[in-house]
Design a binder for this molecule. Structure first.
Ligand code: AMP
Length: 223
C-alpha cells in the first residue's frame, strides 16, 4: 500500500522528528518544503537571496514558487520503483495550498491518505525551538535541553560546528507561531471535513510523540 501523509503543526511541534521516525519505519520518503527552500538559499542564487529575506522575516514564500519546487521533487520521488509513499512536511501551509497539493498529487496519480495534526502550545514550541541547534555539515538536529551534543556546540557524528537556524531566534519563533495560527490552522477544519484528519497531543517528549503518530498510522494501514 502507498501511504501519502501530511504532518500539520506549528513550527517546533516535532513534525521533522516524527516524520523521520515514521519514514524509516514505513520506508517512506519525505518532502520538506523548508528544506527545499533552504537548499536554494545555500546555493547562493539570486532567488535564494530573495527567499532568505522572506524566511528570516518569519513570513511565507509565495504559493507559485513553493508548489513548483514541490512538484518537481515529488515527480522525481514517485518515479523511483521503490516508492512507497511520501510525507509532506511544511506543505500545505495555507488554505490556498491544499487544492494545489491535490493537483500536484493528481499529476503523478497519487492521493492523500491522511493528515496528522500534532497539537502544540506556543509555550512549548518557543522553548523547543530556541534550544534547537543543527550541525552545519550533516544537518543533524540537537536540542540543548532534551538531546544535547556530548560536547557543547559540536556535532557528535562529525565534529562540525553546531549553528542555530536564523529563523529559530525567539522573536522570529513567536512570529512563525502566529503565522501558523492565522494561515495554517484553517487547514485542520478543511481536512476534518474531508474525513482524513487525525490528531494527538504533541506537548510530550519526542519518543512519546513518535509513538502516538505510529499508533495513528497503524490504524490507517489496517482500515
Ligand atoms: P520550515 O522548515 O517548514 O519551518 O520552513 C521554514 C520557512 O520556509 C517558513 O517559515 C516559510 O517562510 C518557508 N516555507 C516552508 N514551507 C512553506 C510553504 N508551504 N509555503 C510558504 N512558505 C513556506
Amino acid at each position: 500500500m502507498v501511504l501519502n501523509l501530511i504532518f500539520l503543526g506549528p513550527p517546533g511541534a516535532g513534525k521533522g522528528t516524527v516524520a523521520q521516525a515514521v519514514m524509516d519505519k514505513y520506508k517512506l520518503v519525505q518532502i520538506s518544503t523548508g528544506d527545499l527552500l533552504r537548499e536554494e538559499i545555500a546555493s547562493g542564487s539570486e532567488l535564494g537571496k530573495k527567499l532568505a529575506e522572506v524566511i528570516n522575516a518569519g513570513q511565507l514564500v509565495s504559493d507559485d514558487l513553493v508548489s513548483e519546487m514541490l512538484s518537481k521533487d515529488l515527480a522525481k520521488k514517485v518515479s523511483d520503483p521503490n516508492f512507497r509513499g511520501v510525507i509532506f512536511d511544511g506543505f500545505p501551509r495555507t488554505q490556498s495550498q491544499a487544492p494545489l497539493l491535490e493537483n500536484i498529487l493528481n499529476e503523478v496519480n497519487q492521493k492523500l491518505n491522511a493528515v496528522i495534526y500534532i497539537e502544540s502550545s506556543k509555550e512549548s514550541v518557543v522553548k523547543r525551538l530556541s534550544s534547537r541547534w543543527t550541525c552545519e555539515k550533516c544537518k543533524k538536529v540537537y536540542n540543548t535541553v532534551s538531546f544535547p551534543p556530548k560536547k557543547e556546540g559540536v556535532c557528535d557524528d562529525d565534529g562540525s560546528k553546531l549553528i542555530q537556524r536564523e529563523d529559530d531566534k525567539p522573536e522570529t519563533i513567536a512570529k512563525r507561531y502566529d503565522t501558523f495560527i492565522e494561515k495554517t490552522s484553517p487547514l485542520i477544519n478543511y481536512y476534518k471535513s474531508k474525513g482524513i484528519l487525525y490528531k494527538y497531543d504533541g506537548n510530550v517528549p519526542p519518543l512519546a510523540s513518535i509513538k502516538a503518530a505510529e499508533e495513528i498510522i497503524e490504524k490507517i494501514v489496517k482500515d
